[in-house]
Design a protein around this ligand. Structure first.
Ligand SMILES: [Zn+2]
Length: 295
């Protein structure tokens, strides 16, 4: 088909196909924006939209990073969205602008639009020149920096050194034994507390009694209790929170075993979207940002 096109038709056709390609990218970014608003990636037990793009949509890490960065850039600006839609702002240019903007103290939409207006429609080498930066890509070293680090005090190091001198055992093994012993002790106390009757709640309060918290943590086996639509039970065990699941607290939900569940931060946010909508979440975040700016 393409082989049989005349020169004139081929040149016209490629313009049309490129336009379709640009439109398609814009539509994909709009989908990603809405998936992010609803925190739908958590229904695949993915911690970030980037992770979801790689594992569920089949993008490479780089492709996902470029798309998510462009989506976030256009999120609150019609001007930037139009530039992407028209193909005047490429994904690479969006990442260049993003890298520049993260280093600026002014995080406002107006600043974003001012920067983008400088590089719209210009070749990428010129855009880098205008902003005087090189684009950064997600690297292994960056990922390492993001990994949680365990900080130990001088005292802990002294104790470990002394124990190692005395026993000749590996320091990580010594830490493991110490932690296991502490955990055993804590679990014993928890069991005793669970056997004690729960205090009766006289007034309605957000405060969740320790005994209820312990029971829920135990029921949850210390991992997030959310069962996602597509990937089943979440396995996150860090930064867990208590969520009024069946009936939200603001709608009269009680601090009972049936109404509460242990969830990770992402699934707590997802539940908020399900209970109150993505708009309420955005409003909360906007208010938080405003309070930060005042203080
Ligand atoms: Zn979770």
């Amino acid at each position: 088909m393409i082989e049989k096109m005349s020169d004139d038709k081929l040149l016209k056709s490629v313009l049309l196909e490129v336009k379709k390609e640009k439109d398609q990218l814009h539509i994909v970014l709009l989908h990603l924006k809405e998936i992010y608003r609803r925190r739908l990636f958590t229904e695949y037990n993915r911690k970030t939209l980037n992770e979801y793009c790689v594992t569920e949509l089949g993008y490479t890490r780089g492709e996902a990073y470029y798309r998510v960065t462009a989506m976030k850039l256009m999120a609150n600006s019609d001007q930037i969205e139009k530039a992407i839609q028209k193909g005047e702002l490429s994904l690479t240019a969006a990442v260049v602008a993003h890298d520049y903007l993260t280093k600026q103290p002014d995080k406002s939409v107006a600043k974003k639009e001012e920067v983008i207006s400088k590089i719209v429609g210009v070749p990428i080498s010129k855009a880098k020149e205008i902003l005087s930066i090189a684009p950064s890509r997600p690297s292994h070293s960056q990922q390492k920096e993001l990994a949680p680090k365990l900080k130990v005090s001088k005292k802990v190091l002294e104790l470990l050194n002394e124990l190692q001198d005395l026993t000749g055992e590996d320091q990580s093994k010594l830490l493991e034994v110490a932690l296991e012993s502490k955990l055993k002790q804590v679990r014993k106390c928890e069991l005793k507390a669970i056997r004690r009757p729960s205090p009766v709640q006289s007034t309605r309060s957000r405060y969740i009694p320790q005994v209820i918290k312990r029971k829920i943590r135990k029921r949850a086996s210390y991992t997030c209790e959310h069962v996602s639509m597509h990937r089943g039970r979440c396995t996150e065990s860090r930064n867990l929170e208590f969520d009024h699941h069946a009936v939200p607290y603001s709608k009269g939900g009680k601090n009972t075993l049936d109404n509460l569940r242990l969830v990770c931060k992402n699934h707590n946010t997802r539940q908020f979207v399900l209970d109150f909508g993505a708009k309420s979440l955005e409003k909360n975040h906007a208010e938080k940002r405003a309070r930060k700016q005042i203080s």
